[in-house]
Design a protein. Structure first.
Length: 476
């Protein structure tokens, strides 16, 4: 059984300590508490903690001293400052001293749960390593950038060039190509790796809440704002902020984002005080920002602020040879996780994966391999199983129905291309139709390559090579 992660509460007020314990009762976290700064320092030095909730109202600034000491000795340990004061100045001073978050008393349960959960997520993403493992040789890393295709080697070169610098980086690539992994690799090999890695998924947070999430809010700024809260930019002060799906920001927030990048200061929602921050920005998007700019949906000046340096992640279809490496990586990783004995995968199965369109890219391949392991019951994963899983995991808007017309198929491809989900629509269409045509011809001829070649108007050698390329069985 996994050891429960510990949250330390340093406060001499039993009611506050009890309120935190009650709020976190239904989580997987274990709350421990001490009533003094000295005992808090001892706990931090001698026990493994996932977060600290510290009272900032101790006499002689003891709470601030504790927070500064933690910041020096355990810079990635998140400290949530709490105080009976709800003034904006107190929150600003807490952040300057190294607080990950600030909450005013009396403790509001949902606020402390949200703050602690974010602290835990931040700790995990900051500490879990991302290995660069081109040929899948490492055995002890949960998260790895795997692949030795020319396209991925260019990504590794960019990581090596940009990681040590403080520049803003824009990571571009289709959904499922591994943009967050690259962002974490940039952070972990960078000059602020000893600080926090704060993440915001701009597409996952409702538009009416995103401004508060990014910039914080003052108490009473809107209905439900029962206390002053700091936002992600303040949390990332002196650290790194990863803005995932930056292309989903509305125009009003884009303007405020531009100001932060230009002037390094902003105001909380409902506030009037200017807050200065020093944040290293990494942003990512799957959208075609140039097209959005031409249509008036994305600010050109913000684009140039974000696009100081770019890492473009290739789609899986452009990573020749990487599918086999990734398949074996996921087999090993999930085989261990699921307690499944070493399971092999046939060459035809891998060849079918290599010929598949896989619009979900690495994430879809990961999902397929995991499902295949669960279904395999220890036996080899074959082409038929992969075929079934490809159909099951195909996104709804990428229908593979045989009843779809050619026009519908082409229309969908062009829609995907216009939205930046795929590139080379012509190549994708040709390969998919060619693979289906050769497969059907071989089935109709019961595997007779000469007959299939005659119907197709191709040479026997060409049919054999293309069948091998697309992972079509019955060509030996």
């Amino acid at each position: 059984m996994a050891k429960a992660q510990r949250v330390l509460v340093v406060d001499d007020d039993p009611e506050t300590t009890e309120a935190v314990a009650v709020a976190l009762r239904d989580t997987d976290l274990r709350v421990v508490s001490v009533p003094s700064v000295e005992e808090g320092e001892d706990e931090v030095q001698h026990h493994e903690l996932i977060a600290v909730v510290a009272n900032l109202d101790f006499p002689d600034g003891g709470g601030f001293s504790l927070m500064k000491a933690i910041h020096r000795t355990h810079p990635q340990l998140a400290v949530i400052g709490i105080s009976s004061s709800s003034e904006s100045r107190m929150a600003i001073e807490a952040v300057k001293a190294g607080a990950f978050d600030f909450i005013s008393k009396p403790i509001h349960g949902p606020d402390i749960v949200k703050a602690v959960k974010e602290a835990v997520t931040c700790a995990q993403k900051s500490s879990e390593p991302v290995a660069i493992d081109p040929t899948n040789q490492l055995t002890d890393s949960a998260d790895s950038l795997v692949g030795n295709s020319r396209a991925m080697l260019d990504v590794y070169k960019a990581l090596g060039r940009l990681s040590p610098t403080p520049v803003t980086v824009l990571i571009r690539g289709e959904t499922g190509t591994g943009k967050e992994l690259v962002a974490r690799a940039l952070f972990q090999h960078g000059h602020r790796a000893h600080r926090a890695f704060i993440t915001v998924n701009c597409a996952a947070i409702p538009e009416n809440l995103l401004e508060s999430e990014l910039f914080g809010h003052e108490k009473g700024a809107f209905t439900g704002a029962v206390s002053t809260r700091i936002g992600k930019f303040e949390q990332a002060n002196g650290a790194t902020l990863f803005l995932d799906e930056i292309g989903d920001l509305d125009l009003a927030l884009q303007a405020k984002m531009l100001r932060v990048l230009q002037e390094k200061r902003f105001q909380r929602v409902g506030g009037s005080e200017e807050i200065s921050v020093d944040v290293r920005i990494i942003a990512a998007t799957h959208r075609n920002l140039e097209k959005m700019i031409s249509e008036g949906h994305f600010r050109e000046d913000l684009f140039y602020r974000l696009n100081v340096a770019t890492i473009k992640l290739p789609p899986l279809r452009d990573r020749t040879g990487d599918v086999a490496l990734l398949t074996n990586f996921f087999l090993r990783r999930y085989g261990t996780e699921l307690g499944v004995a070493s399971v092999s995968v046939t060459r035809n199965a891998v060849a079918r994966l290599e010929s598949a369109r896989l619009p979900g890219n690495v994430r879809q391949l990961q999902n397929i391999v995991r499902k295949a392991l669960l279904r395999s019951r220890g036996y080899a994963i074959d082409r038929d199983m992969i075929e079934e899983l490809l159909i099951e995991t195909e996104p709804p808007d990428q229908s593979r129905s045989d009843n779809d017309s050619v026009e519908d198929f082409c229309r969908q491809l062009l829609n995907d291309a216009s939205e930046g989900k795929i590139e080379n629509a012509h190549q994708v269409a040709v390969e998919k139709v060619e693979a289906a045509l050769i497969d059907l011809a071989l089935r109709k001829s019961d595997g007779n390559i000469s007959q299939a070649a005659k119907w197709l108007g191709l040479s026997r050698l060409t049919v054999r090579e293309k069948a091998k390329k697309f992972g079509i069985a019955g060509t030996s």
